[in-house]
Design a protein around this ligand. Sequence first.
Ligand code: ZN
Length: 92
Amino acid sequence: MSEQTAGQAAEQQTVETARAAPAGAGGIAAGPVGLDDVAALDAAEAELDDLDAALRRLEAGTYGRCERCGDDMAAEQLARRPLARLCPRHAA
Ligand SMILES: [Zn+2]
């Protein structure tokens, strides 16, 4: 019992340290736009493209099919990556 309490105390300390670390950094970068921001923007645009394509496939009734071979993708794969365009065979 006392061992568990000690563990919880240590965990609490870690949480407090982590919370204290970013103090002063604020949520929004104040400096000029960096490469990280450009990369994040690129990633967001790519995701938007995938989303757009998924919506068009939904409208066309081909959602969940590989764009390469037309095979139905496994429900498990779609649950993990709803915007997947290719089956595992062709995504690799
Ligand atoms: Zn395929």
